[in-house]
Design a protein around this ligand. Structure first.
Ligand code: PEP
Ligand code: MN
Length: 368
């Protein structure tokens, strides 16, 4: 197992990927062309054709209320085009924010992530639960059965673990992916699991339904571009010392490569406070919801570091408008190989889930 995993990690980079690559955006959208509610498809096409004729390109977003065209090209060149005079055009505005494709300006309607019939975003609340780490087949299946019985929408579990100490358990790797696949077969729950190394991308993409990029890798730009070319949604966790803008720029790396299926996750940031493992930045939720169309979820487990704090923080996250939560559950947290103090004992999960379901429905959300 050890030798195998070393060989896998230092093996040659595969020449070809066996999945089709989504279309990448070359260049940055600089101008927003807002079409009036009555604008026809032909009028949208005319604007796109004029942009292309001038050597620019277009990113068209058909929203519920309006179609917005992002004009991609040199700002100076775009400024010479009389776009405001085109029929159907209501407004032409510069995109001043450094993030473009993820911005709410360009894409006004919320993005909904759909995987194996489960939805997350807009009115759909994603309830993700499972062990921190896949330790054994039994521990994983036992947890999966408990969380599935309580109506969660996805199963989480780490196969490749980012550990502060190189001496700590690093995860079972590919073997854990097989165990997770078995848990999915039994429960029907889509899987969320972390990818740490671009060399594991094929193995993780093959099994995962949602690829997690952990907090420590939020600015691993090569990894972000790699998952931007993968045909699976990405759960991008905020770095403990990253600003909201840096998180959005990290998401921009993924979307720029063609993968617009990104879920953002607030999981606590580093502050001077020592009473909790990190400080859950609740204000990031409404700020992100204002700035981006991407769904925003919260991980109260890693933020708190203590299981007693997970429910109050989860409640606060739901009340602040989060599109979902991701929490850690273990059948016997005292035996856990990673993050024991913050994992909810499986025997207590029914009560926890009951509280979350009640609050989500009070706020008019559907558990996706
Ligand atoms: C995790 O979710 O398993 C994890 C390691 O979280 P984070 O990257 O937020 O520390
Ligand atoms: Mn953990």
């Amino acid at each position: 197992m050890v030798a195998g995993s070393i060989r896998r990690r230092i093996g040659p980079r595969p020449e070809t990927r066996n999945y089709t690559q989504p279309v990448a955006t070359v260049g940055s959208p600089e101008l927003l062309i807002v079409m009036g509610a009555q604008a026809s498809a032909e009028q949208v096409d005319e604007v796109v054709a004029r942009l292309e004729e001038a050597g620019a390109s277009a990113h068209v977003s058909h929203g519920r209320d309006a179609t917005v065209i992002g004009a991609i090209g040199e700002r100076e060149l775009l400024a010479t085009l009389p776009l405001e005079g085109f029929p159907g055009v209501e407004q032409v505005l510069p995109i001043l924010k450094p993030y473009k494709l993820v911005s709410r300006e360009l894409h006004r309607d919320p993005t909904v992530i759909e995987t194996r019939g489960r939805r997350l975003g807009d009115n759909y609340f994603g309830f993700i639960a499972g062990p921190c780490t896949v330790e054994t087949r039994e521990q994983t299946l036992e947890t999966a059965r408990v969380v599935a019985a309580e109506g969660v929408t996805m199963l989480r579990g780490g196969a490749f673990k980012p550990r502060t100490s190189p001496y700590a358990f690093q995860g079972l790797g590919v073997e854990a992916l097989q165990i997770l696949a078995e848990a999915r077969d039994e429960t029907g729950l889509p899987l969320v699991t972390e990818l740490m190394d671009p060399r594991d991308v094929e193995a993780v993409v093959e099994i995962a339904d949602v690829i997690q990029i952990g907090a420590r890798n939020m600015q691993n730009f090569n990894l972000l571009s790699e998952v931007g070319r993968a045909p699976k949604p990405v759960l991008l966790k905020r770095g403990p010392s990253a600003s909201i803008e840096e998180l959005l720029m990290a998401a921009e790396y993924v979307v720029k490569e063609g993968n617009a299926q990104v879920i953002l996750c607030e999981r606590g940031i580093k502050t001077f406070e020592r009473a909790t493992r990190y400080t859950l930045d609740l204000s990031a939720i409404p700020v992100l919801k204002h700035e981006t169309h991407l769904p925003v979820i919260v991980d109260p487990s890693h933020a708190a570091g203590k299981r007693d704090l997970v429910l109050p923080l989860a409640r606060a996250a739901v009340a602040a408008g989060a599109d979902g939560i991701i929490v850690e559950v273990h059948p016997r947290p005292e035996e856990a190989l990673c993050d024991g103090p913050q994992q909810i004992p499986a025997a207590e999960f029914a009560d926890f889930a009951h509280e979350i379901r009640a609050l989500a429905s009070l706020l008019g959300k559907t558990i996706g």
